[in-house]
Design a protein around this ligand. Structure first.
Ligand code: GLN
Length: 392
């Protein structure tokens, strides 16, 4: 058999997140690589999941999601953005955001189409585009600011462009899109047959008094966008794999055609539990800016003056680490040194680029207990001091 010779994704390996988590475990390193919390979830959620199974919600859930959860999502969107969405026709529960992204792409693009994504781009985007038979055009967000170059976007949009993939708060750049960005996007696609897929899984993780600017708040974009969210992020429980996609009725109908044959329906007891949780904790998500900003600031304070620089982090539960003052460019090599010599796993940015530039940044996850952040910072600072002394 020549599966490899016929591979549909010949250049794709195991994701960098899985690779780094496996290696961190094998080496006993502190894992600030793959983005997941290491502290306990709210015991109420645990109790509600158990209750939901005890109450017998253990058979197939409706394909589009449990009604009570879709109503809870509608209430949550109303509380967050002051907007109304129809739970029946505009909200679909998915297997994490990843399934929403995958199914959304399959629903909208096909052979001969082009999709625009921005580098550094989350690694799930391009494979989903290619499996749909479409081509992914990757445009840079230039470091260190990682801002959109809208002239370049306008020049890249052509007759074949069917979809533009955006992400804010941005993983791994830790930037947030502005209202002006959304206005520029809307202007760039006005009058064209282009859909927007907006990955907003870090919607509640925005810092220093900022607020998240969702595509849903822009009426023109709302009419042509699928916005993707994640309870895994908002409930500090990445293992629950429950997300949702919001889109206008006709787009939601197309999404569900794919979703029903991809994952069919999402874990019923978890959906019931999350629906109940949103009723008991109606302010879910609203405490996250302060919660994660404190973690970000703890890490920044612990590393100040050690030679490793921390660029501004406006959002997400990550923080970039700039090593240009103490080591030559090469993020893959530096992440390897951090892992083997400092005992800290980080994520290099190169895997997020079609054509990686010379990079001097790696990504750290801040969704960790204070003791984990302190221990990792101690190791990173000691490593930086060894490098500064010229030691190996
Ligand atoms: N979203 C997670 C991150 O950016 C990774 C999830 C995964 O491992 N696929 O770290």
């Amino acid at each position: 058999m020549s599966w490899l010779a016929r591979s549909k994704l010949p250049d794709v390996g195991t994701t960098i997140f899985t690779v780094m988590s496996r290696r961190a475990q094998a080496l006993g390193a502190i894992n600030l690589g793959q983005g997941f919390p290491d502290y306990p979830i709210d015991p109420l959620l645990t109790e509600l999941v158990a209750r939901s199974m005890r109450d017998g919600h253990n058979q197939y859930a409706p394909m589009e999601g449990v009604p009570a959860l879709r109503e809870g999502i509608a209430a949550k969107l109303a509380a967050s953005y002051g907007l109304r969405f129809d739970p029946d026709s505009e909200i679909t529960v998915t297997l994490g955001a990843t399934e929403a992204i995958y199914s959304g792409i399959q629903a909208v693009v096909g052979p001969g189409d082009e999709v625009i994504a921005f580098d550094p781009a989350y690694d799930a985007y391009e494979p989903a585009v290619r499996l749909a038979g479409a081509r992914c055009i990757r445009l840079p967000l230039a470091p260190p600011q990682f801002r959109y170059d809208w002239d370049r976007v306008r020049a890249a949009i052509g007759a074949r462009t069917r979809l533009i993939l955006i992400n804010s708060p941005h993983n791994p750049a830790c930037t947030v899109a502005s209202a002006a960005d959304l206005e520029a996007l809307a202007a760039a696609i006005r009058g064209r047959d282009v859909t927007v897929l907006s990955d907003e899984v870090y919607e509640h993780m925005v810092f220093d008094g900022r607020s998240h600017v969702s595509v849903l708040t822009h009426p023109e974009l709302r009419a042509r966008s699928l916005a993707v969210f994640s309870f895994g992020k908002t409930l500090h429980a990445t293992g629950v794999r429950v997300g949702y996609a919001i889109g206008p009725e006709a787009l939601t109908a197309e999404l569900r055609k794919v979703h029903q044959f991809n994952t069919f329906s999402i874990a019923h007891p978890l959906q019931r539990a999350i629906a109940d949780y949103l009723i008991e904790r109606p302010a879910t998500g609203l405490d996250l800016p302060a919660f994660f900003q404190a973690k970000r600031d703890r890490l920044r304070a612990a590393l100040s003056g050690c030679g490793l620089r921390l660029p501004p982090a406006q959002g997400t539960f990550f923080q970039l680490l700039d090593f240009s003052a103490i080591a030559p460019p090469g993020d893959i090599e530096f992440a390897e040194r951090l892992l083997t010599e400092a005992g800290v796993a980080a994520i290099p940015l190169s895997p997020f680029y079609a054509e990686p530039p010379q990079l001097s940044c790696v990504r750290l996850c801040i969704a960790k207990r204070a003791s984990t952040i302190d221990a990792a910072a101690e190791r990173l600072a000691a490593f930086a001091a060894r490098l500064a002394r010229g030691g190996a």
